[in-house]
Design a protein around this ligand. Structure first.
Ligand code: OAD
Length: 256
């Protein structure tokens, strides 16, 4: 289908000339799949909690069952939704450039479910909801005794189990972070999609690219702290703009 969205020729040229493209994604990319963003109000059962009050080691120590159940609810929510056209367009981009790095702050695994990571592994800065680890020593745990106790216990040390995600006040996985900053400083084009560009250290990635004179494209329906400095700002939803971009760059490829 022919898209009515138009991109500047200069922007399209940047893509055509690029050998290495880096994309940083945030919760906005999953919004059109029905996963609420962090700064959206929580709904239903969990409306009275702020994510910051649930996603921290202190919250887990205070009430481990509450935190475990919140993540179980989020896991079920994510399992019930599907990747959207924005995720699929990023799969298409991965196929088209000699080098492509997808860095995500999302823990929902929707990029991988869409098919991203086939050529270049997705860099998950904040972990993944589907993985579980021991709260005591951080070791990944694949299975445990389902005896009704919540959270379940680590089969090795009997410590409490928790999701393998980065909580407020915790360090990001250093290998992922180093790879993300190296890519941001060495690519030809950097896209920041669906992130409020507020939460460090991920928020610094586009600025690393700008400092290296690398053009930065922002896709977001709302302005962010990056907007006034980005080389190009495309204002609108990722699920519309990313497929339209793929269509504009490779008209013969059909809908992404
Ligand atoms: P936020 O919830 O902070 O921001 C979501 C961004 O997506 C906002 O800027 C929205 O304007 C934008 N947005 C909404 N709908 C969109 C759409 N359809 N297309 C494109 N953009 C859209 O989420 P993040 O920036 O991902 O950290 O938040 C970063 C981190 O803060 C999260 O990973 C999480 C949170 O605290 C941890 O859990 C450690």
């Amino acid at each position: 289908m022919e898209s009515s969205i138009r991109f500047s020729e200069q922007l399209l040229q940047q893509f055509r000339q690029a050998r290495h493209v880096v994309v940083l994604t945030g919760a906005g990319v999953s919004a059109e799949s029905g996963v609420p963003t962090f700064r959206d109000a929580q709904t239903g059962l969990w409306a009275r909690f702020r994510p910051e009050e649930l996603a921290s080691p202190e919250a887990f120590r205070r009430d481990p069952r509450l935190v475990w159940e919140w993540y179980a609810w989020r896991r079920d929510l994510v399992a019930s939704v599907s990747p959207n056209p924005g995720h699929l367009a990023l799969v298409e981009l991965e196929k088209r450039f000699p080098v492509f790095t997808l860095i995500t702050q999302n823990v929902d695994g929707l990029h991988q479910r869409a098919g991203s990571g086939a050529r270049f592994p997705v860099i998950e800065l904040h972990g993944n909801l589907q993985r579980t680890k021991c709260f005591e020593d951080g070791q990944i745990v694949e299975s445990w005794d389902e005896n009704g106790e919540l959270p379940p216990r680590c089969p090795r040390c009997s410590g409490l189990l928790r999701p393998d995600v980065v909580w407020f006040g915790e360090l990001l996985p250093s290998e992922a972070l180093d790879a993300a900053f190296a890519a941001a400083g060495a690519c030809d084009l950097f896209l920041s999609v669906g992130t409020s560009a507020l939460v460090e250290p991920a928020a610094s990635l586009p600025f690393r690219a700008l400092a290296a004179q690398i053009p930065v494209v922002e896709i977001n329906p709302n302005p962010t702290p990056l907007s006034s400095l980005a080389t190009y700002v495309l204002s609108g939803p990722a699920g519309e703009l990313l497929p339209a971009l793929v269509q504009a760059l490779w008209p013969a490829s059909g809908d992404a």
